[in-house]
Design a protein around this ligand. Structure first.
Ligand code: FES
Length: 251
């Protein structure tokens, strides 16, 4: 966008879902990162609408802006909102759950873990201890987060698939279809080629969903994401969605 269209500041609102703006000044223009519309992975069915709301919001404030890129990423949050930083077991340290504040907490984690390895005591060690009771603060948040798994697990495993036949999957679309009584993640590429993978998440067996904005299979239970060919983009799942045997996929 034109240089100096907005003040050089990190701005965000307090709405839910919220929007934020970050600035990267250049000699003759500014690059702005405008984001928000956060939602839990695999639990929003309107990814396109979320992008549109972001684009409308920034374009209405800065009409001359040139929209060049869009993407979505994941932030990891703990039940009580504070990161886990510290020792897990002998010679193993964790630093995670930064909730989008990686510059701050990443620096803090480096200091704390260096202290731990060097045998120096650190005043924040107890606060960020990965072994702290998950429910010490925010019992309700803890229960809410952990309700996702049984809820989606039971609901999706017993719900009917979205479509019965492979023919119902249009070009560029992904769909969970019923295939010989199994739930199968079917993706048809723009050239018409069909990829079939098991729709059962390899973490703890919830049913994945198609994310039409990112063209990924997302799991609503703990946020694992898979490429259209089943490969893992992000965990906790570590294994790709299972292949459907040729015999099964030939029908
Ligand atoms: S069951 Fe899919 S991420 Fe846990």
């Amino acid at each position: 966008m034109p240089r100096d269209s907005v003040p050089d500041a990190l701005l965000w609102d307090t709405a839910d879902p919220y929007h934020y703006l970050r600035l990267d000044r250049h000699r003759d223009h500014d690059i702005v990162v405008f984001g928000g519309e956060d939602h839990k992975t695999g639990q929003a069915s309107d990814s396109h609408a979320r992008y549109e709301r972001l684009e409308d919001a920034i374009a209405s404030r800065i009409p001359t802006i040139d929209l060049t890129h869009r993407w979505s990423g994941q932030v990891i949050e703990t039940p009580d909102g504070l990161p886990y930083i510290g020792q897990m077991t002998d010679h193993q340290y964790a630093a995670t759950g930064f909730g989008g504040n990686g510059m701050t907490f990443g620096t803090l984690a480096a200091i704390m873990i260096a202290d731990a390895i060097s045998g120096r005591s650190n005043p924040w060690a107890e606060l960020f201890d990965p072994g702290r009771a998950a429910i010490r603060r925010g019992l309700w948040e803890y229960l809410k987060e952990n309700a996702d798994y049984p809820y989606y697990m039971v609901r999706d495993r017993f719900a009917g698939a979205e479509g019965r036949s492979q023919r119902s999957v249009k070009r560029g679309q992904g769909k969970v279809i019923d295939h010989h009584g199994a739930k199968v993640a079917a993706y048809r590429a723009p050239d018409g080629a069909l990829t079939l993978r098991s729709a059962i998440c390899t973490h703890m067996a919830c049913v994945v969903r198609w994310n039409d904005a990112e063209r990924t299979w997302d799991c609503p239970c703990h946020g694992s994401r898979f490429r259209s060919d089943g490969g893992v983009i992000s965990g906790p799942a570590e294994k790709p969605l299972a292949e459907i045997s040729r015999d099964e996929s030939s029908h």
